[in-house]
Write a protein that binds this ligand. Structure first.
Ligand SMILES: [Zn+2]
Ligand SMILES: [Zn+2]
Length: 128
């Protein structure tokens, strides 16, 4: 259900797809399976600001995300160009296990709908 590029489905969207193949599958089963895949490292959980969590099969290439704050479209962006390193002294004793960077913006199709006017979005970084 999650195969393909730039696939970031919510559990409900996965359920809709799965339901076409397995009409008896429940949303709970989908959630459980997704949680197992996340625990196994096969799928990434992406918090894209507001809205439901999304599930991302792209675990092999480190990447950040670009989210449209109007429609929720999610795109992968390469992580390489955006340094998110910081000093060990600033880690409060934490051992880092990952980073989740989400850039917010307005996608081209939403921009076209609003006639290209400035979006009323804030620049607050997303606290996941
Ligand atoms: Zn959009
Ligand atoms: Zn992704």
């Amino acid at each position: 259900m999650l195969e393909g590029e730039h696939v970031h489905l919510s559990a409900e969207a996965v359920h809709v797809r799965a339901h076409e193949l397995l009409p008896e599958i429940s949303l709970a089963t989908v959630y459980n399976t997704l949680n197992e895949l996340v625990a196994m490292g096969e799928v990434l959980e992406v918090s894209a600001g507001s809205g439901p969590k999304r599930y991302d099969p792209n675990v092999t290439t480190p990447h950040h995300h670009l989210v449209c704050t109007a429609c929720g479209a999610l795109r992968d962006v390469p992580a390489g160009d955006f340094g998110v390193e910081f000093e060990p002294a600033e880690r409060y004793g934490f051992v880092l296990t990952g980073v989740d960077v989400v850039f917010q913006g307005i996608c081209p199709s939403c921009l076209a709908k609003t006639g290209g006017s400035e979006p009323p979005s804030s620049m607050d970084p997303i606290a996941s």
